[in-house]
Design a protein around this ligand. Structure first.
Ligand SMILES: [Zn+2]
Ligand SMILES: [Zn+2]
Ligand SMILES: [Zn+2]
Length: 412
C-alpha cells in the first residue's frame, strides 16, 4: 500500500503490511463518512509500532478523524496485547533461524519499516515464554497419557506406574576441517508407546551478552553450563529421570537409547531408589546407523570393494535393511535368549543372503529358504511367524528379507 502519492506529509512513504479484514472495516467507515459529509478523507499522519501502524485520516469538511489500525492485536504470550503482524514477523524469523537484521533486510527491499532491535528481542523473548508454556502443557498431557496406559496395562514399579522411554540428545561435534566441542547441546525423553515428548533440556556454554562483558544481572543470560560439552546430554536426561515421578507421576524403568551413550551408567548411579532397576534397550535406529557407518568406512578405506558384485551403494543399503528386518522380526520373540541367538545368526548370515547364498537363511523371512521346506512345515513356519507391529518402530512394512533387501530381484 503505497502512501507517498496521497496528501500525506512527506514522512509517510514506502509500504506497509495491511490486514484485509481491518481494511474492509475501515473502508466502510471512511466511505460512509465521505458520502455523508461530501468531504475528502485525507491521510494526516502515522504512528508506527514496528510493522504495525495507526494511520490518522482527517475529513476536509469537518473535524472528524479516523484512526486506522493496519493490524489486529492479539492477547499474546504475556498479559499485554501485541500487534499480530509483529508477533508473526518475529515468529517467522525464529522458525527459520533468522534475526532482527534478516527481517530488516528482507522488509527493507519492500520499503517496509520494522521494529527496533530491542522490540524484536522483547517479542522474541515473549514468544519463547509462550512456546515454553505450551510445550510444558503438552508434555504434562503426554505424561498423563503414558501414566494412564501404564496403569491400564498393569505396569508398575513399587506401586508407581512404570513406562518405557526413548532418550536421545546431541551437540555439534565438529565443523569442516576443525575439531571443537559445541557451545550448545540438547536432550530429549520421549514416551515409547505415545511417541510424545516428556522432557526437553538445553545446555549453553555461551551467552553473547556475557561475551560482550555485560554483567549477568543486567541481561537475560542463556549460559547454564560450564562443564564438558560431552556431558550435556547425560545431564539433561538425568534431570528428566529425576523429575519423572514428581512431574508425571511415573518411573522410566525401560530406556531405549544410543548404544554409545554414557547416559545409562549415570542413571543407574544417580537416580535414587529405582535407578538400579532401569533396563536399557539398544536403539535399532542407532545400531543400523552404526552398521551403515562401518560399511561406508570400509569402502572408503578400500575403494576396490565397491565394484559390481561388491559393496555397491545399493548393496550397502540392502545389508543394513537385512539387519533392520532381522531386528524387527526377532523383537517379537518372547524368549529373549532364543531371540538373541536367532538374531546373532541372522545378522551374521545377512551378507550371504544379500549376495545370493541362501544356504543358511531362516525360512522365517527368506523365500528361497522357505521353498526348500516340505509344504506342511512351510505353512506352519509362515503361520507361526506372522508379523506384528514392531514395538520400537511402531510398525513393520517389510515382512521378509526379500522385500526389504530386494534379494529376489538381485542384479549382480
Ligand atoms: Zn466530515
Ligand atoms: Zn549471559
Ligand atoms: Zn536368503
Amino acid at each position: 500500500m503505497m502512501l507517498s502519492d496521497t496528501n500525506a506529509p512527506g514522512t509517510i512513504d514506502g509500504s506497509r503490511i495491511m490486514n484485509l479484514n481491518k481494511l474492509k472495516e475501515y473502508t466502510d467507515e471512511l466511505t460512509l463518512h465521505a458520502s455523508r459529509c461530501k468531504g475528502s478523507i485525507i491521510l494526516k499522519g502515522e504512528t508506527r509500532f514496528g510493522l504495525a501502524s495507526i494511520l490518522t485520516w482527517q475529513c476536509s469538511k469537518c473535524p472528524h478523524k479516523i484512526a486506522l489500525e493496519t493490524s489486529p492485536k492479539v492477547k499474546g504470550p504475556s498479559k499485554y496485547s501485541r500487534w499480530e503482524c509483529n508477533l508473526a514477523a518475529v515468529w517467522g524469523q525464529m522458525t527459520t533461524g533468522g534475526g532482527h537484521s534478516h527481517l530488516e533486510e528482507s522488509m527493507g527491499v519492500f520499503g517496509i519499516p520494522v521494529m527496533t532491535k530491542a522490540a524484536f528481542i522483547s517479542t522474541e523473548r515473549a514468544i519463547g515464554e509462550w512456546w515454553k508454556e505450551k510445550l510444558m502443557e503438552s508434555m504434562l498431557e503426554a505424561g498423563r497419557e503414558k501414566k494412564r496406559l501404564a496403569e491400564e496395562s498393569g505396569s508398575f514399579h513399587e506401586g508407581v506406574p512404570a513406562i518405557a522411554v526413548i532418550v536421545d540428545g546431541g551437540w555439534s561435534k565438529r565443523s569442516h576441517k576443525h575439531s571443537y566441542n559445541a557451545n550448545s547441546g540438547v536432550g530429549i525423553i520421549v514416551g515409547k508407546a505415545t511417541g510424545k515428548l516428556l522432557h526437553l533440556g538445553v545446555r549453553n556454554k555461551f551467552c553473547s551478552a556475557c561475551a560482550q562483558g555485560i554483567p549477568q544481572d543486567r541481561h537475560h543470560c542463556y549460559k547454564n553450563w560450564s562443564a564438558l560439552s560431552s556431558e550435556m546430554e547425560t545431564d539433561i536426561i538425568l534431570e528428566g529421570f529425576l523429575q519423572a515421578e514428581r512431574v508425571h507421576g511415573v518411573r522410566y524403568t525401560t530406556m531405549i537409547g544410543d548404544g554409545d551413550s554414557s547416559v545409562y551408567p549415570s542413571l543407574i548411579q544417580n537416580v535414587p531408589g529405582w535407578g538400579h532397576c532401569i533396563q536399557k534397550l539398544e536403539c535399532a535406529n542407532h545400531s543400523c546407523k552404526y552398521y551403515r557407518g562401518a560399511l561406508e568406512k570400509l569402502v572408503l578405506e578400500n575403494p576396490a570393494y565397491k565394484g559390481t558384485g561388491g559393496l555397491t551403494e545399493k548393496m550397502r543399503r540392502r545389508l543394513v535393511s537385512s539387519a533392520r528386518c532381522a531386528i524387527k522380526m526377532r523383537s517379537k520373540e518372547v524368549d529373549r535368549k532364543v531371540a538373541v541367538r536367532q538374531l546373532k545368526k541372522d545378522l551374521l548370515n545377512g551378507p550371504n543372503h544379500c549376495f545370493g547364498n541362501h544356504e543358511h537363511c531362516s525360512p522365517d523371512f527368506c523365500s528361497t529358504a522357505k521353498d526348500r521346506l516340505p509344504s506342511t512345515s512351510a505353512i506352519t513356519s509362515a503361520s507361526t511367524h506372522s508379523i506384528e507391529p514392531n514395538p520400537i518402530d511402531g510398525g513393520s512394512r517389510e515382512s521378509s528379507w526379500d522385500e526389504c533387501t530386494g534379494a529376489g530381484k538381485l542384479e549382480r
